[in-house]
Design a protein around this ligand. Structure first.
Ligand SMILES: CC(C)(COP(=O)(O)OP(=O)(O)OC[C@H]1O[C@@H](n2cnc3c(N)ncnc32)[C@H](O)[C@@H]1OP(=O)(O)O)[C@@H](O)C(=O)NCCC(=O)NCCS
Length: 157
């Protein structure tokens, strides 16, 4: 059940596939120095998506410019959708764009691919995202993935 705040946050962002017109803007996204412990560079994620053939990149747009990215991948073992590489440029953080983008990605992926179960992982010291994901309904399951805490969300049909 989404709240009015969820609807407002979602309305402030748009999501686009990463393609030949926007990948350079995605590659320019930068986080604060301390945040580099928690995510790789967008350029690495773009290469991972392109060559690894598992993850799919999405550009996050707000106020008519690219301000972030995220990726998604299907886990064939249980049909869940993993979200990863969620990154908002340091100039655009704290305005609700990260929250809106994750909410919108869940809507989009549920609608276009039929996903009902979502998963993500985060570094135990990344306290900001723990609160962000908790507010979106993701619950830690006790699983760990590459030293990161796994949290999952199941949405209604
Ligand atoms: C995590 C990230 C994507 C959040 O994006 P954002 O647009 O800055 O976040 P929002 O403005 O949507 O904030 C959503 C919630 O996150 C939490 N949050 C965000 N920034 C925070 C901060 N500096 N301190 C505490 N909580 C914070 C809050 O719960 C906030 O909700 P609130 O505004 O109602 O309190 C962004 O900070 C980022 O790119 N960080 C570096 C990369 C990273 O760690 N990615 C996640 C990998 S798992």
């Amino acid at each position: 059940m989404q709240t009015d705040q969820d609807q407002r946050d979602k309305a402030r962002v748009n999501l686009f596939p990463v393609d030949e017109t926007n990948w350079r803007d995605v590659a320019k996204i930068e986080v604060e120095t301390f945040q580099k412990n928690f995510v790789a560079q967008p350029l690495y994620y773009l290469a991972l998506c392109n060559y690894g053939k598992i993850w799919h990149p999405i550009a996050i747009c707000a106020e008519s410019k690219i301000i972030g990215m995220l990726m998604w991948a299907k886990d064939d073992s249980d049909g869940s959708c993993w979200l990863g590489g969620i990154t908002i440029d340091k100039q655009s953080q704290g305005f609700g764009y990260g929250r809106g983008a994750v909410l919108k990605a869940i809507d989009l992926l549920a609608e276009e691919h039929g996903f009902r179960q979502f998963a993500l992982s985060y570094h135990p010291q990344n306290e900001n995202v723990r609160e962000l994901y908790r507010s979106l309904g993701f619950k830690p399951t006790g699983e760990m993935e590459d030293d990161e805490i796994v949290a999952r969300l199941t949405i209604e049909e």
